[in-house]
Design a binder for this molecule. Structure first.
Ligand SMILES: [Zn+2]
Ligand SMILES: [Zn+2]
Length: 386
């Protein structure tokens, strides 16, 4: 398996497994963000692997709201950079050390976690690697930081030594398998963090990818009743939510939210409320009013600079409400998400609406951001050409 010692530049001398490294092209087509709202096609060198790292041949890169924020500059990235933080692909080359630690080999299909934690600090060693003070994030590491291919808007990307990868059934369509990322967020935010289980009622505020993923996760956790809110323009997403098992969907522009929710919960309010609505803080006020006594509110929607005003904290005190923030997913949620997709129990692929070629990354982002009248994606992927 080994082809001997080789100097690999950034990681020094290493024994290489990578019999297939010889078959890798020298360069990868990548879409590089060079400025706000600007992506350029470039050919970037594919690095040789060391003992502890790997190269992924990207099969699909999921696109989410963070891609829109990065494109707009609202999520500042050091430029130029290769975006793309939801990679699904096959191991194209891997060092012996990484192969052993990660339990994968050349040719295996894997889902890659977004976060690169140090795995060495006290926080990481305690198992809370998502709170690592030295974490890095795929898609936010600039080209200038060798070896440069730190994002999945590319045919190939670099996998750093402390990456976390999960095997995924190679027989699944790539765009279905790529749902692992939003689904993992759904499992962590709506099930793991609020400890949702049988007999509980859940209100999901916002029917985007993460809201729909929360419906799937709560259904898998055997929640008794799942309610989902959206706007009038979200009719299609609310329909998808019902196909995933949502018991009731509420158009907050045309229905009376409070009346409908109290009606559906025998006047008690939901045990768990998940806020995945971007920008507007209003759902948090509604959540505090509506949640059941002793209930839990999880805030995961990003509000930017929109501050929350009008919150009467006495309601939190009086009802003994728990409010938790949630950002990103962790390995247990990734595993649940992948198992859910592989099981085929729910038609998860219904939330996937668009595949775009790599070169059309800009169109993919602008479609998700509703910049093209009449066309909107829920979950979409970039699919690099072979
Ligand atoms: Zn994302
Ligand atoms: Zn750490």
């Amino acid at each position: 398996m080994l082809r001997g010692m080789q100097y690999t530049g950034h990681t020094g001398w290493a024994m290489l497994r990578a019999e297939e490294t010889n078959m890798l092209p020298k360069t990868s087509v990548a879409m590089v963000q060079t400025a706000r709202r600007t992506l350029e096609r470039r050919d970037l060198p594919i690095p040789a692997v060391g003992d502890d790292d790997a190269i992924l041949e990207v099969e699909a890169c999921g696109i989410c709201g963070s891609d829109c924020e990065q494109f707009e500059g609202a999520l500042p990235a050091p430029l130029p950079v290769v975006p793309g933080h939801e990679p699904l692909g096959r191991i194209a080359a891997i060092g012996d050390g990484a192969a052993k630690r990660w339990g994968v080999d050349v040719g295996d299909r894997v889902a890659v976690e977004t976060l690169i934690a140090c795995q060495a600090c006290a926080t990481c060693r305690s198992g809370q690697y998502q709170r690592c003070p030295d974490f890095r994030v795929y898609s936010l590491i600039p080209l200038a930081d060798a070896p440069g291919l730190w994002g999945a808007y590319s045919q190939y990307m670099y996998l750093a030594p402390t990456s976390i990868v999960h095997r995924v059934d190679p027989s699944l369509p790539a765009s279905t398998a790529a749902l692992f990322n939003p689904l993992a967020a759904g499992f962590r935010w709506s099930v793991e963090i609020p400890e949702t289980g049988p007999g509980q009622t859940v209100l999901v505020m916002g029917p985007g990818q993460r809201g729909l993923a929360s419906v799937i996760a709560c259904r898998e956790a055997q929640a008794e009743k799942i309610l989902v809110t959206g706007l009038a323009a979200d009719a299609r997403k609310l329909e998808v939510a019902r196909s995933f098992g949502a018991d009731m969907t509420i158009d907050v522009e045309n229905d009376d939210l409070h009346e409908r929710v109290l009606e559906a919960t025998d006047g008690r309010g939901p045990d768990v409320v998940i806020d995945v609505a971007p920008y507007t803080p209003q759902p948090i006020l509604d959540a505090v009013e509506l949640v059941a006594r002793g209930g839990t509110i999880v805030i995961a929607g990003i509000k930017g600079s929109n501050a929350l005003s009008g919150l009467l904290t006495d309601t939190i005190v009086g009802k003994e409400i728990t409010i938790k923030g949630a950002s990103g997913a962790t390995s247990s949620a990734y595993r649940k998400a992948i198992a859910c997709i592989e099981s085929g129990r729910l038609p998860v692929e219904r939330m996937h609406t668009h595949d775009f070629p790599l070169e059309e990354a800009e169109r993919a982002i602008r479609t998700l951001a509703r910049e093209f009248p009449g066309e909107e994606s829920i979950h979409s992927c970039l699919i690099p050409e072979r």
